[in-house]
Design a binder for this molecule. Structure first.
Ligand SMILES: Nc1ncnc2c1ncn2[C@@H]1O[C@H](COP(=O)(O)OP(=O)(O)OP(=O)(O)O)[C@@H](O)[C@H]1O
Length: 866
């Protein structure tokens, strides 16, 4: 934040004002220098240059070292004799291909360091170079450094040991020192054994060989159950990825897979056999660890290995994967790529698992659930996809400041208002002149002079804030002659945006004092935007959406986009499989049709109800607590629990919707606005016409955060902000934000359509989910009302509901609601249909209905007979 204040002395009306040119830049210098260094360090070009230097070093080392192997005898002498001075002695001739520096450096590394193991330095500089140039972690640096350190010590010791009497420094000074100490301490044989054990240990650590003792023949009754293994541990959470990560698929009886740790004792193995049988019965397929790692890309492989290393002390993740393969009669290990499995959050196979296995399922050891692993290779968009707009620098025209200041003083003087002090703060679009009136001046007098001051300054959009809350001054906002654009890129690059840990950070714009205005949508918790056409609403919506895209992972956030104008939000179609939510069976994720908007809003209400049920069951009060509990694996996915992403509903032209659908839209919006905040559903609603019949009392009461771009009348300003002022704005992203009881004037951050397109293309080009996030299905109650139940036109979810009820042997409507994400009415109707079909008994008041069909096989027969 840089406040650029122009202080003047007390106005003495007799003296003409001094024509001083204030040096407004002085205060900013230090801060700018600081910011520049930080920017330079973060700059992608700096990284590339560093990368090139590292690669050059790598090649340099390689040539110098290799040349040293052939020329060391000739050069060693000279380097010994002159030491570092050799570098500056032109008359000394060396044979190393890279001259005196090459000879000196390689001597230093080989003789004084690690001998031939010095080649590891070529490797180290190479991986650093590649990582810097590519701009991401192609090689894992710390992991490699661990190996390199070990390699340097081990290889130099081994080489020194083997070639102990050779003149060439095979192990260098380090190898020799270790060797000498070791031989003195444990003798030559001891050293040889120690080196052998160290080498083998490294190999075992790296490749984890299977040292299997020939198995004892299993006792006859256990022979039927193969693969003795220790206690299996199951992961409570799903591996939600079909391609890039643990594609540990197996054709199993019912499609639940367990990855066990390695067997340790016979007793454990025997115990395991019992578990195994239970698994076979219940349809859990058991796979030994070796079969589970499919071929993956190098980097992923490395990551997996690393995870495995970490997991060694904390055995066994637990996995639930729902497969789409046919059950096979015999358990069979299948190569992972042959298995087509569809991963849907969590398996619904609960019903197929008996009590015994249920006990096994309690997580014994489990890493926290990481939602980001859904799309583990997802890359967040980089800042260079956004543009820096040309006239971004704030122009501080000292002459203009002086002129305006004098005009204000003169105008007030004409009305006999004298002031004690005046200061100016230059913002991107307007300059705020703060005045302290002389004692005894009534503030309302100054407020009434708004038009006169505007006239004297011959400027539009003058706004008087009398008094500025909490400051004891009166503010006069005067538009700048040269306005500057606030680039979204600059806001997103700011530390305040990068370093915050808000749930839904939105970079909105810059305040008058140039402070970045970054807020948490989750705390707002909904946002109402209004503004006449062409004043910056669409840009504002893009700004909010793009800032969320820069900070959130697709697993954490979903958008529901409603765009009656059909063109404004169409760019976001590209990110459908990453960030958008839609109704089942819909083609377009961006909703443009009013009828579908009603369905979507009602579906969101159902999602909200389902989420509340989940929260209640989990004993949590809001989505934060719920997700925290889920991440700690304290909630069982088999009971319908899942990681809940935030959902942001964006409506670009609300007035249009209210005009066409009225109450049908207003009711669900009002419900969502009243209740949805705790379950992570937030609304951003924009409208051109902020009239009272569109922004009704209920809606307004639930949107404490509001943004007004320039509106056409004071009445509109009052409707949206409860106060005038928005009609005085100057357009082009100039806005007033009413939030937390404060009214702040901001210049909205600007992001142009091509920039949004680039970001959407970047995200859309990456691997996403198989489809958009599915909202619960909503069936219009009116459409179904009055229809007599006829088995032919039963609900589309009839069969699924029947299965849920029979599998659970529990005729409860709330079970259907929870499991199938249904509204109460639809679930109730389904239950009536199930009763008519003879699957459940009659309604028993508050008790669950009897389930008349006892097995799935019976149910299938009934369903087939329809
Ligand atoms: N924050 C901003 N900074 C600079 N210029 C802006 C900003 N916001 C909008 N503008 C300018 O104003 C023009 C209109 O903005 P925008 O399309 O967002 O208006 P709108 O209110 O959505 O209009 P409509 O309701 O007709 O769609 C933009 O093309 C851009 O040139």
């Amino acid at each position: 934040m840089s406040k650029n204040k122009l202080k003047t002395e007390k106005p003495d009306s007799k003296k003409p004002p001094r024509k001083e040119q204030p040096d407004v830049n002085v205060l900013k210098k230090d801060k700018e220098a600081d910011v520049k260094v930080k920017e330079l360090v973060k700059d992608e070009r700096t990284h590339k240059v560093l990368g090139m230097i590292c690669l050059l070093l790598s090649v340099y080392f390689f040539i110098a070292f290799t040349s040293y192997l052939f020329t060391w005898e000739e050069d060693q002498d000279k380097v010994f004799r002159y030491a570092a001075n050799v570098l500056f002695m032109n008359d000394v001739k060396v044979d190393n291909l890279l001259g005196r520096l090459g000879a000196f450096v390689s001597h230093w590394f080989f003789y004084g360091g690690f001998g031939v193991a010095s080649y590891f330095f070529c490797y180290l500089t190479f991986i650093l170079g590649i990582n810097f140039i590519v701009g991401r972690r192609v090689f894992r640096v710390w992991r490699n450094i661990k190996h390199i350190l070990f390699g340097l010590l081990f290889i130099s010791s081994v080489m020194a040991f083997i070639a102990i009497h050779d003149g060439f420094p095979w192990g260098g000074a380090v190898g020799d020192a270790i060797n000498r100490w070791s031989i003195g301490f444990i003798g030559k044989t001891g050293t040889a054994l120690m080196l052998l054990v160290a080498g083998l240990s490294w190999l075992v650590w790296k490749f984890n060989f299977d040292f299997k003792w020939p198995e004892r023949k299993p006792r006859p009754e256990k022979a039927a159950v193969p693969i003795p293994q220790p206690e299996p541990v199951m992961e409570e959470a799903p591996v939600i990825n079909g391609k890039g990560k643990r594609k540990n698929g197996v054709k199993g009886d019912a499609g639940v897979m367990v990855i066990p740790p390695a067997a340790e004792t016979d007793a454990e193995a025997e115990e395991m056999q019992l578990v195994e049988r239970a698994d076979v019965k219940s349809g859990i397929t058991y796979i030994p660890p070796a079969a589970t790692i499919p071929p993956v890309m190098e980097e992923e492989e490395e990551e997996l290995e690393e995870e495995e290393e970490e997991e060694e002390e904390d055995p066994g993740p637990l996995l639930y994967i729902e497969e789409t393969v046919e059950p096979t009669p015999k358990k069979k290990r299948t190569p992972p790529e042959e298995v087509a499995f569809e991963i849907k959050g969590f398996s619904d196979a609960e019903e197929e698992i008996d009590e015994e296995v249920e006990i096994q399922r309690e997580p014994v050891h489990a890493d926290p659930y990481d939602p980001l692993l859904d799309l583990r290779d997802y890359l967040y968009p980089a800042l260079d996809l956004l543009d820096t707009h040309a006239n971004e620098k704030i122009v501080q025209d000292a002459t203009e400041l002086d002129k305006n200041k004098n005009q204000i003083i003169d105008t007030l003087k004409n009305y006999d208002i004298s002031i004690q002090k005046i200061s100016a703060t230059v913002g991107p679009t307007v300059t705020l002149y703060e005045i302290v009136p002389a004692a005894g001046v009534r503030i309302s007098r100054i407020k009434n002079l708004e038009d006169d001051i505007a006239l004297s300054l011959s400027a539009l959009g003058i706004r008087i804030i009398a008094p500025i809350p909490g400051k004891g001054t009166i503010g006069i906002e005067v538009p700048n002659v040269k306005k500057s654009i606030v680039s979204l890129k600059a806001l997103l690059a700011s530390e305040k945006f990068q370093q915050n840990n808000m749930d839904l950070p939105i970079a909105i714009g810059k305040k008058i004092d140039n402070e970045n205005f970054i807020a948490d949508l989750a705390k707002m918790p909904h946002l109402l935007m209004a503004g006449a056409t062409g004043q910056g609403k669409s840009v504002g919506i893009n700004t909010l959406l793009v800032s969320l895209l820069y900070k959130k992972h697709p697993s954490q956030l979903k958008f529901v986009l409603v765009d009656p104008k059909k063109v404004e939000l169409s760019l976001y179609k590209l990110i459908e499989k990453h960030f958008l939510a839609k109704l089942p069976g819909e083609e377009d994720a961006i909703i443009t049709d009013t009828k579908k908007v009603i369905h979507t809003l009602n579906a969101l209400c159902i999602e909200m109800d389902v989420r509340y049920d989940l929260l209640k069951e989990a004993g949590t009060r809001n989505i934060r607590e719920y997700n925290a509990k889920f991440v700690q694996r304290r909630l069982n996915p088999q009971k319908g629990h899942r990681y809940l992403p935030f959902i942001v509903l964006v409506i670009d032209e609300f007035a249009d919707l209210i005009m066409t659908a009225g109450k049908e839209v207003e009711m669900p919006i009002a419900r969502l606005a009243q209740l949805a905040r705790a379950v992570g559903i937030h609304l951003i609603i924009a409208t051109q016409r902020p009239s009272v019949n569109i922004i009704t009392g209920t809606i307004k009461a639930n949107f404490p955060a509001r943004i007004a771009f320039k509106v056409s009348s004071k009445i509109d300003s009052r409707t949206i902000l409860d106060i005038g002022g928005a009609e005085q704005l100057i357009g082009q992203g100039d806005m007033l934000v009413s939030f937390n009881g404060e009214l702040v004037r901001l210049q909205c951050a600007f992001v142009d359509t091509p920039e949004v397109e680039k970001v959407a293309e970047f995200i859309g080009g990456q691997r996403g989910y198989p489809e958009a996030f599915m909202l619960p299905e909503y069936v219009d109650e009116k459409e179904l009302e009055g229809k007599e139940f006829n088995l032919q036109d039963r609900d589309t979810l009839f069969e699924e509901a029947a299965r849920v009820i029979v599998q659970n042997q529990q005729g409860s409507t709330s079970l259907l609601q929870r499991r199938m994400k249904l509204g109460y009415n639809r679930a109730g109707r389904l239950m009536d249909q199930l009763e008519a079909a003879g699957i459940v008994g009659p309604n028993m008041g508050s008790k669950a209905r009897d389930v008349l069909v006892k097995t799935e096989a019976d149910l299938e027969e009934i369903l087939n007979s329809f």
